[in-house]
Design a protein around this ligand. Structure first.
Ligand code: DC
Length: 223
């Protein structure tokens, strides 16, 4: 069976997941949120009382860590050791720990294998940091979404406020900056635009504008 893989990379707050969901719905295929997998590993590390920067300890729990995803009405649910943890993954401490555990090659290799297995069986819109460069270098189409740090921080701050988290805009901005640094400077599969990815700067654009732009490039798949 021929499957389609659409890759969307970029820094946090660039609009990847919102756009990926819209595109997946239009194409009637799955949206694969790879960040959620890194978040699930981070959640386990925190639940075990481990320090995410103690890489040896994190690596030691990997063999007994089972991450799985299922789809309900095309929305992804993430399972950690058999339990649905989807609702626990957006907490600020998990976000911070995810960026740290994502620097560990052993963590990445385990999760990349899972991502490739899913895409072998299903057509997917995948968002992440290394999707076009490392996970699916032969993806059918690749996009790299970005926006200024100020705009990304403002969007993330609004999102967190809506979810009831009490963080200041300055805190969110500082955390984003730290995360960008981790994601872009790690040695193994860092965040980078693939050469053949279409660059879209979403600064000052609405979700509809960006979605239209991406869908324009995907017209051949949208039929
Ligand atoms: O997209 P997100 O904010 O849910 O991602 C959480 C963290 O996981 C992010 O700081 C970087 C990491 N990540 C990654 O390294 N590679 C991916 N493909 C997806 C996420």
């Amino acid at each position: 069976m021929k499957t389609i893989t659409i890759a969307i990379d970029g820094p946090a707050g660039a609009g990847k997941s919102t756009i990926a969901k819209i595109v997946a719905q239009k194409l009637n295929i799955h949206y694969l949120d790879t960040g959620a997998m890194y978040r699930a590993v981070a959640l386990k590390v925190l639940q075990q009382g481990l320090d995410p920067s103690d890489h040896e300890k994190v690596i030691s729990i990997l063999p007994s860590t089972h991450i799985g995803v299922t789809y309900q009405h095309r929305l992804q649910r993430v399972y950690l050791d058999g339990r649905d943890v989807t609702h626990l993954l957006r907490q600020p401490e998990v976000t911070k720990a995810a960026s740290e555990v994502a620097t560990i090659p052993e963590v990445r290799i385990k999760l990349v294998e899972l991502q490739r297995n899913i895409a072998r069986n299903y057509s997917v819109v995948v968002d992440g940091r290394d999707i076009g460069t490392f996970v699916f270098p032969n993806a059918d189409r690749k996009f790299y979404l970005t926006a200024t740090l100020e705009e990304r921080a403002r969007r993330r701050w609004l999102e967190m406020r809506e979810k009831g988290y009490d963080q200041t805009l300055e805190d969110v901005k500082r955390e984003l900056e730290a995360r960008d640094k981790n994601d872009m400077n790690r040695a193994f599969a860092p965040l980078r635009k693939a050469e053949d990815a279409i660059l879209i700067d979403t600064t000052g654009k609405t979700i509809e504008q960006v979605a239209d732009e991406v869908c324009g490039y995907l017209r051949e798949y949208l039929g």
